[in-house]
Design a binder for this molecule. Structure first.
Ligand code: PMT
Length: 413
């Protein structure tokens, strides 16, 4: 399965003869649907021109840490934040040593140090350099820090010798990188996610709604599927494609969403409520289009059911994670919401002009009974994966603290 569609992939190119294969790597990543940016070292630019990689990636190539114009446009911190994953191919022995030491003495090394997204390297070097203990120690250090080492392959080398040290072929690197998104932390689990707004009818052509685009909820559903779960996504009206491998149920109103959730939740191990459900709906839905007969008009509203609270109150409730959309006192309000709704976890986001709703990036402050974590601003895809890791961790803890019997019962149902 291809997990690269829509992912932001930062390709790092260092100075080795295998740099010529980076052109094909970038081309194949784009064919997989990834959005690609390239960072090159000065030595890499001796082997392949930035212009080639710019044309193939469709984006400007970044080379210099001290280029003030480039830093102002998209500096090393923005590049690091932008990336869903970083792949350095080829990675020379010198570059591996610098990253293992935590150096930041050129743009690529600085991005690697500043990036909290998964990092993979594709070593490429002479077979003797590959076998040197120093190289082995540097690699072991990187692997201990969760850096994925892809390759190298064995075979004829550019120097005429034969042995290990050849960079993997581009298609092998693409497959290896795609596999990094498949974490398996929720393998065998059923995850139910709500997303998007609801629409509350006023008459046959008008409704009350909000600015939710569905992006955050769809990103959570995608991340849950990548984590190995069977995912059901219940979505309000949005214009987004269904994530690969996800079962989608479309609804319109809060009442529709409530009914769909209550039906699907019976087999869920985890419920993540990302939808911006309307709290109120018109008390009466006019059967015909309302006429503008008077200068002023008013609408009587009644409360909608609270779907998240209703799920959390079920005798056989799954692990429940809600969102809190707040414009002020974010942390206090979120904690109060977690307690009031009786949920296991709440992810608070500040919303307002350009924030939270209908934006591509977001930031979360996640609270659970025994802890909290800040997930700084980044793309909603990456943020959703970070949130899913926290949910998986707390879900496992709750299983160990006694809910395990309930989950086993569902497993065997
Ligand atoms: O869709 P996007 O454009 O990507 O925007 C994402 C988002 C801002 C909508 C998302 O990050 C978010 O904050 N979702 C929750 C929005 C919301 O309704 O928050 P709330 O604080 O009003 O509700 C708290 C929780 O209760 C939420 O988990 C909500 O899904 C749930 N709820 C609320 C009301 C209701 N009647 N039923 C519910 O289940």
């Amino acid at each position: 399965m291809n997990y690269l569609n829509g992912k932001h992939i930062l390709v790092g190119v260092t100075g080795g003869i295998a740099a010529y294969k980076s052109a094909e790597l970038v081309r194949q990543l784009r064919l997989s649907g990834a959005v690609v940016r390239v960072v090159m070292t000065t030595a890499a630019a001796e082997f392949i021109t930035p212009l080639t990689l710019q044309a193939l990636s469709g984006n400007p190539v970044h080379t210099d840490l001290l280029d003030t114009a480039a830093e102002a446009a998209m500096g090393h911190i923005e590049l690091a934040r932008w990336a869903d994953a970083l792949l350095v191919a080829p990675a020379t022995a010198d570059f591996i040593a610098r990253v293992a030491e935590g150096r930041a003495n050129d743009l690529l090394a600085a991005v690697c140090l500043a990036c909290d997204a998964p990092l993979a390297i594709a070593p490429a070097m002479n077979r003797v350099m590959w076998k040197k203990p120093a190289t082995g120690e540097n690699l072991a250090k990187l692997q201990a820090g969760n850096v994925r080492v892809l390759g190298p392959a064995e075979g004829l080398q550019a120097c005429g010798e034969t042995g290990p040290g050849r960079m993997l072929e581009p298609e092998e690197l693409v497959a290896g990188l795609s596999g990094m998104f498949q974490t398996g932390v929720l393998a065998g689990r059923q995850v139910l996610v709500t997303a998007g707004p609801t629409r509350e009818a006023i008459d046959p052509v008008r409704y009350l709604s909000n600015r939710s685009s569905g992006r955050m909820g769809f990103a959570v559903a995608t991340a849950a599927a990548e984590a190995g779960a069977a995912v059901t996504l219940i979505s309000g009206p949005v214009s987004l494609a269904t994530p690969a491998g996800v079962r989608r149920i479309d609804v319109e109103s809060a009442a529709d969403m409530y009914a769909a959730v209550m039906q699907a939740v019976t087999v869920a191990d985890i419920f993540v409520s990302v939808a911006a459900v309307a709290d109120y709906r018109p008390a009466l839905v006019a059967p015909q289009k309302l006429k503008k007969e008077s200068a002023e008009s008013s609408l009587d509203l009644i409360r909608n059911p609270d779907i998240l609270a209703a799920v959390a109150a079920l005798p056989d409730a799954p692990f429940t994670a809600g969102f809190a959309a707040e414009t002020e006192a974010v942390e206090t309000n979120a904690q109060n919401k977690r307690l009031a709704k009786g949920v296991d976890m709440i992810a608070a986001n500040r919303v307002g002009a350009g924030q939270g709703f209908d934006s591509k990036e977001n930031a979360l402050h996640v609270f659970w009974e025994a802890g909290e974590q800040v997930l700084p601003v980044t793309g909603k895809g990456k943020l959703a994966r970070q949130l899913l890791d926290l949910i998986a961790e707390q879900f496992q803890n709750s299983c160990h603290q006694g809910k395990v019997i309930k989950f086993n019962a569902k497993d065997s149902a």
